[in-house]
Design a protein around this ligand. Structure first.
Ligand SMILES: [Fe+2]
Length: 193
């Protein structure tokens, strides 16, 4: 990872450690995949990588230790507050001015699909790939998948099936060949957990 992204991640980590330390592993996985996919799909890493690193940073300012990710109020706060923190970090690091506004804006709406707003994910391919990776991450991590299944009162097998047939995918399919391919691979891998 280029030095500038490492610096962003270093400044972001204390916020994740405060609220949801498990996000750090998720982000590391997403960065690895995004870096590879960006080369193949010709994506703008200067937008995509900071967006991935900073997207959930705002949970540090949601007033619970372990925010309920399904709670609409937490969702709104973590996006609004996350945008402010992301903006401050990028300014502190003197990040490319052209990108600061864009990244801040996308952090502020990065989960808008839960409000049935799919437009940003269709208009901006980096947002599409970010959201695809965010969506499929549980499949890449056995303990995360188990925690997800437990929280929904499902077996791992049922949970994998649920992800495969998720409503969101019917409304807005995965955004490119690379994320489609990865999703298939992860489903197969997850069946062996
Ligand atoms: Fe989020």
């Amino acid at each position: 990872m280029e030095q500038i992204y490492e610096k962003i991640f270093e400044l972001a980590k204390p916020y994740y450690e405060k609220a949801r330390p498990y996000d750090i592993l998720a982000i590391e996985w997403m960065i690895g995949q995004a870096d590879r996919i960006a080369d193949i799909e010709d994506l703008d890493k200067k937008l995509l990588l900071p967006l991935i690193i900073l997207h959930d940073i705002g949970y540090a300012r949601v007033a619970e230790d372990n925010p309920d990710v399904k709670d609409i109020k937490s969702k709104k706060i973590h996006m609004e507050e996350g945008a402010k923190i992301a903006n401050a970090i990028l300014i502190q690091l003197d990040y490319d001015q052209k990108y600061i506004e864009k990244i801040t804006y996308y952090v502020s709406i990065h989960d808008n699909w839960i409000f049935n707003d799919d437009i940003p994910f269709k208009e901006c391919k980096e947002m599409g790939v970010f959201n695809d990776l965010d969506f499929m991450y549980p499949l890449a991590n056995p303990s995360m998948l188990k925690a997800r299944a437990d929280s929904m009162g499902e077996t791992i097998e049922e949970n994998i099936k649920g992800l495969k047939n998720d409503e969101k995918l019917k409304r807005r399919p995965l955004c490119c060949e690379q994320t489609k391919k990865l999703f298939k691979q992860l489903i197969e891998k997850a069946k062996t957990y």
